[in-house]
Structures are given as structure tokens and as C-alpha cells.
Design a protein around this ligand. Structure first.
Ligand code: R5P
Length: 313
């Protein structure tokens, strides 16, 4: 572990400190601040020559600032002769723009992957990418960790698995939800949103019998909370006993926390891939589980050139 240098951007200091504690190493002294005109300024205050360096930075809100911090920290490490630079990006923003859904649309996820690579990153460590294929947008080694073992542990500790049903809140999330259902040996149902005709409101169909079941919605991102709250309503309307949600990345923009607090959702569990705001911390039905041990373990194994995938066997 003596070879590792761990550096924190401003996106998630608490998570970085927890990872450092897990690994039993101090954070490398580094200032990441702003000039008067808000340009990012980075100063690494320790020797990193020949060291195995890890920058912890989610590209969460404000996404552009945090991305720029990551790029400039990478540049600073490269010019300071770090031996290897790993970008640990627990939440990879821009991931939802991963294809061209309409003519003349950008593929921003690919552009961001290019920016990170060109800045000088040697490898990437991330968690629950919105789509697995984004891994291939990087032409450098990229490990996409799964938060599922953390979620499964929490579910097993708290719920009676005999009456649980895992739910995908939309058709696009079925693979992710099925994987979690398999781990806890639970059945799967799917919420299918459809707009029958242009101008008419969406109809929520539920594929599967959820009546009397304790439902667990599984997704990668909760942003406005719309997908989640609508799915919870649809499930309860079809006789579900109660509805919880386990979602990796709590983006929770705008009025999302208020919306979720006012909803019929029994509980939303998110990870600390994105630093929870004060509103999240005090919300009555939102709980945060930490992925610091998962990331710490993956970083330690990367440094020792050990298998990371075996973490999920
Ligand atoms: C979409 O494909 C994602 O997996 C999430 O379902 C979506 O980003 C959630 O967004 P919101 O909370 O704004 O409905």
C-alpha cells in the first residue's frame, strides 16, 4: 500500500476519506481550488514521482466543474511523473447520452471518455455504468464495479426475502434488476411505460403479479425521482404491500428529495457514489449505504495487480 497515492477532487471528499481509512493510508496533500474567474487550479503538494496514483472524483453536480477538476488533476499528475494514474469515477456523469437517439445529437458519454483518456489517465474504475457498453468507449482498461453485493447485504439484513419481488422501473433496466433478483432468489416484475398516442399521458403497465408483495425497485440513477415515484404509484395501485427502492447513484436534482419524501415510497436506499446533500441526510425516507469498502478493496487489488472481477464471484 505504500506505493499508493490517493487524491481527492471536490466532488466527494467524505467518500475519499472513507476509502483512505479502509486502505489505512493518508490522503495525498493536494489543493483543488478556483481562481477569481472560477478557473480550476490544482497544486499537488507531495512528491508523486513513480507512484501508483488514484484520483477519486465523481462527475456529479456541478458536472462540468467536477469533470474539469478531474482532467486538470490528471494533467498535474502526469507532468509530475506519476507512474500510473487511475481515475476512480464512482458516478460517471453524461452516461445517459450514450447513443444518437435523434439526428444531429452528440454522443457525450464518448466525448467525456475521450477527454479523460487524452488527459493522461491510464485506467478507469467506476461503478454501475448506465450502460455496460460505455466501458468500450474507453480504449484503456476500465473496471465497472457493481454495487449489487452492497445492496444485497442490506436487503438480506432488513427484509423477509420470502415475500420480496424485484421490479425494474422501465424496460431498459430489466438486465440490472434481473441480476439483483437472481442474487436474492426473488421473482421479477417490470413496469412498462407507454404513451399510446402522441399528446396523451403515459400509461403504466405492470408485467407480473405484484399483489401482496414487498416490492424493491432497482435502478442505476434517480435524478428527478419521476421514474421512481410513478413506478411506486403503479405498483401500489396493483396491490403491492409496500415499495422500496435500491438505486446506485442518487443524483436527486431539483425538487427530487421533496418529491420522494412526499411519495408513498417506504424507503429509497442510495449509495454514496455521489456526496449526499443535507436534504438527503435529513430526508425521512432516504438512506445512504457506503461503497467505500468496495472501492477501497478494488483500489487495493488494482495496486497489487490482483483480480478485481473476483470481488463479485
Ligand atoms: C434511465 O434510463 C435511468 O436508468 C433512470 O431511470 C433515470 O435516469 C431516472 O431519472 P428520473 O429520476 O429523472 O426519472
Amino acid at each position: 500500500m505504500n506505493d499508493i497515492k490517493l487524491l481527492a477532487g471536490n466532488s466527494n471528499r467524505t467518500l475519499t476519506e472513507s476509502i483512505a481509512a479502509y486502505l489505512g493510508i493518508p490522503l495525498t496533500k493536494c489543493q483543488v481550488r478556483r481562481f477569481a474567474d472560477m478557473e480550476v487550479f490544482v497544486e499537488i503538494q507531495e512528491n508523486v514521482r513513480g507512484r501508483d496514483t488514484f484520483i477519486i472524483q465523481s462527475t456529479s453536480f456541478p458536472a462540468n466543474d467536477h469533470l474539469m477538476e478531474l482532467l486538470i488533476m490528471t494533467d498535474a499528475l502526469r507532468r509530475a511523473s506519476a507512474r500510473r494514474i487511475t481515475a476512480v469515477v464512482p458516478y460517471f456523469g453524461y452516461a445517459r447520452q450514450d447513443r444518437k437517439p435523434a439526428p444531429r445529437a452528440p454522443i457525450s458519454a464518448k466525448l467525456v471518455a475521450n477527454l479523460i483518456t487524452r488527459a493522461g489517465v491510464d485506467r478507469v474504475l467506476t461503478v454501475d455504468l448506465h450502460a455496460g457498453q460505455i466501458q468500450g468507449f474507453f480504449d484503456i482498461p476500465t473496471d465497472n464495479l457493481f454495487s449489487a453485493p452492497v445492496m444485497v447485504r442490506d436487503i438480506k439484513e432488513r427484509l423477509d426475502l420470502n415475500n420480496v419481488m424485484v421490479i425494474s422501473p422501465d424496460v431498459g433496466g430489466v438486465v440490472r434488476a434481473r441480476a439483483l433478483a437472481k442474487r436474492i432468489d426473488a421473482p421479477l416484475a417490470i413496469v412498462d411505460k407507454r404513451r399510446e398516442r402522441a399528446g396523451e399521458s403515459e400509461v403504466m403497465n405492470v408485467i407480473g403479479d405484484v399483489s401482496g408483495k414487498s416490492c424493491i425497485l432497482v435502478d442505476d440513477i434517480v435524478d428527478s425521482g419521476g421514474t421512481l415515484c410513478n413506478a411506486a404509484e403503479a405498483l401500489l395501485a396493483r396491490g403491492a404491500k409496500d415499495v422500496r427502492a435500491y438505486i446506485t447513484h442518487g443524483v436527486l436534482s431539483g425538487g427530487a428529495v421533496a418529491r420522494i419524501s412526499a411519495s408513498k415510497l417506504k424507503e429509497l436506499v442510495v449509495t454514496d457514489s455521489i456526496q449526499p446533500t443535507e436534504a438527503v441526510r435529513v430526508a425521512n425516507n432516504i438512506r445512504v449505504v457506503s461503497i467505500a469498502p468496495l472501492l477501497g478493496e478494488a483500489i487495493g487489488r488494482t495496486a497489487k495487480e490482483e483480480s478485481v472481477s473476483s470481488l463479485f464471484d
